[in-house]
Design a protein. Structure first.
Length: 94
């Protein structure tokens, strides 16, 4: 499995829109059949920080979905000031 950790910096006043976009993007990800889990975390220390951790079963599908999601995330009316992400191999311990 692969984990994609994405750090989102949200534009001022756009947090509700940002959360809505993450939630809306989760259904098509789930529909791929390759999504194992997805978490959205809101920073307690930085009100403009939203982090997602998405666990995928298939890297090829993850990459294809990621291209579509980034196209939406970089559209003119997006809520994001900045998006950074990295991928990790998952080793399940429990």
């Amino acid at each position: 499995m692969i984990a994609k950790v994405t750090l989102h910096t949200v534009k001022p006043g756009k947090m509700e829109e940002a959360k809505k976009q993450v939630i809306e993007n989760t259904k098509p990800a789930k529909d791929t059949g390759a999504l194992a889990a997805r978490y959205m975390m809101l920073s307690r220390g930085n009100p403009s920080r939203l982090t997602t951790v998405t666990i995928w079963k298939d890297k090829k599908i993850m990459d294809e979905f990621g291209k579509k999601a980034m196209a939406k995330a970089t559209s003119a009316d997006n809520p994001w000031a900045k998006i950074d992400s990295d991928e990790y191999d998952v080793i399940q311990l429990v």
